[in-house]
Design a protein around this ligand. Structure first.
Ligand code: FAD
Length: 500
């Protein structure tokens, strides 16, 4: 098959058998009909529709050499820098269509990471069982155009202790039994994006490990309806608006969700185990994945930035202040911050490198970390400027129900209106869109913590930037006689562990 439509994806969700999903304490039977999760299904669905929509089909399709067919880019293994660039561009465009996180990137980054890690183990150690299993799985995913989540973040207990040192032995997902036909795993992953609305989940290790942590150094993939898998969906700000079934207050009516993913002694057959007791490779695994994910934020967050800047400009026009110098200055600053994030992601993509003899295209790690570090800051500044331009009504506007009350409506139309050519309802719609996007989990909290909290990027930047080399450059310019001549490489960057 190779490509599914959005409707086929939704139909597939309905066919899952034993999924155990909870929203606000209650078990959910059908995520596609549940008011809390419907907005997530709609947003995830956009990644499938993108392969058919006129304005995105070029970006959203790619040719897979593994199955010899065109596949949805969200299950594609990058074949060169152009593919990494297409990823960033596609994500920006999809943010325009959804106004939120569309939740399919983590699984995609997990596929590309496993391709590199299993390939490296085969190249370096001659052990081919992982790569063979993974390629079989990849073909299955591509042929069926599966919706995948990626689960890396363990609940982690005491942050300063390694998995094997934790008072709670299950603070990191681990193997509790090894059988002839597979392994049994226990533990929980936190903050997993889109988890209730996927076909399968790829589980990955979350940190570098030592030999003592071997039982925690695992990666595998299973269908979400595997017995023993439980999902507890998290709450977000303003989420009860989804239950109101309105058409203004909950704009854009597409939302991501995150959830706790619990494994209560879950059986995983060997053919789905891609990494087991490989503690030596855990650090590199995390490095490869997190850099892919950090690069991707350039696209989705700049796309959300466009929505926020657009709503701000629209509101400024309705207030009659769009041409005032300080508003123009603020809008320009927002555009500059937004395009800076995007440019960094494009640089990380164009400066891609191969980690395997035959492919394994990875991002430039310095620029990927710079991208994500910008993303931990700039969306907050863009939101602050948007809130400044929008005026206080952003936080105090009457409800959609008030607006639709025949007695109140004429009054609200009269008093909510600014520049007469724009109806008051348009202002209310832009305010709600701006409120729900600029104070959202997808735009703010995910920007800080997704793909690792800010300190993780600072550590990477500190490791990769070559301070000795720049001292040599400075010393030789300063005429210090003992200075070593700097080598000819242009950027003062060291190799990461993944590249060694
Ligand atoms: C909206 C959203 C979506 C997400 N989606 C996914 C997903 O789909 N899949 C997935 O796997 N993960 C996902 N994540 C998880 C994300 O990767 C983590 O939140 C991130 O890695 C930070 O981990 P944490 O939340 O456990 O915070 P913590 O690690 O607890 O960090 C909290 C603070 O403690 C500091 N800290 C932590 N450990 C140490 C230490 N040893 N020494 C000193 N300081 C320390 C950190 O720097 C930070 O300031 C998502 C997160 C969010 C918010």
């Amino acid at each position: 098959m190779g490509l599914r439509t959005g409707d086929q994806y939704v139909e597939g969700l309905r066919k899952r058998k034993h999924v155990e999903i909870y929203v606000m304490g209650k078990r959910v039977e059908d995520v596609t009909a549940h008011p809390f999760l419907k907005p997530s299904v709609k947003s995830f669905k956009a990644t499938f529709d993108a392969a058919f929509d006129e304005d995105t089909r070029g970006l959203a399709r790619a040719y897979s050499p593994f199955i010899g067919e065109v596949v949805n880019r969200f299950v594609h293994i990058h074949q060169g820098p152009e593919d990494l660039v297409a990823k960033v561009k596609l994500l920006r465009k999809l943010s325009h269509k959804t106004g939120t996180c569309f939740q399919r990137c983590v699984g995609w980054d997990a596929l590309n990471t496993l391709y590199i890690i299993t390939g490296k183990i085969a190249e370096r150690e001659g052990r081919r069982e992982y790569v063979e299993r993974f390629i079989e799985y990849l073909k299955y995913v591509q042929k069926n155009d599966l919706a995948l989540a990626g689960a890396m973040t363990d609940v982690k207990g005491v942050r300063t202790l390694r998995p094997s040192e934790q008072p709670n032995k299950d603070a990191y997902v681990r193997v509790v039994e090894e059988r002839e036909d597979g392994i049994v795993v226990r533990g929980a992953k936190a903050n997993i994006t889109g988890i209730a609305v996927v076909d399968e989940v790829i589980v990955m290790p979350t940190r570098a490990m030592t030999e003592k942590d071997a039982e925690y150094a695992i990666s595998f993939a299973i269908p979400l309806d595997t017995p023993g898998v439980k999902v507890v969906v998290g709450r977000q700000l303003n989420d009860s608006r989804r239950f109101e079934e309105g058409e203004i207050d909950g704009l854009p009516y597409m939302f991501n969700h995150e959830g706790f993913l619990i494994f209560e002694d879950v059986f995983v057959p060997w053919e789905r185990v891609f990494f087991y007791k490989e503690w030596r490779w855990s650090g590199v695994f995390v490095e490869v994945f997190s850099n892919y994910h950090r690069q991707g934020y350039a696209g989705c967050k700049s796309g959300l930035g466009d929505v926020i800047i657009g709503a701000s400009y629209g509101l400024a026009r309705r207030l009659g202040v769009a041409d005032k110098p300080h508003i123009q200055e603020k809008l320009t600053e927002m555009a500059f911050l937004n395009e800076t994030m995007y440019s960094a992601g494009l640089a990380a993509s164009w400066e891609a490198r191969k980690l395997l003899r035959d492919g394994g295209w990875w991002v430039n790690p310095m620029y990927a970390n710079v991208t994500k570090h910008l993303v931990t800051r700039f969306p907050y500044e863009i939101s602050r400027l948007a809130h400044d331009i929008a005026g206080g009504l952003l936080g105090t506007a009457p409800s959609e129900a008030d607006f639709k009350n025949p007695e109140l409506r004429p009054l609200l139309e009269k008093y909510l209106q600014g520049v007469p050519e724009f109806p008051a309802e348009e202002r209310l719609r832009l305010l709600r869109l701006l409120e729900n996007t600029s104070i959202s989990v997808a735009y703010l909290i995910e920007s800080v913590h997704g793909a690792g909290s800010p300190q993780a990027q600072r550590l990477s930047i500190q490791r990769v930037y070559d301070f000795q080399k720049v001292e040599q450059i400075a010393s030789s310019l300063a005429g210090i006689k003992t200075a070593m001549a700097p080598d000819l490489k242009v950027e003062p960057h060291r190799q990461t562990d993944s590249e060694k």
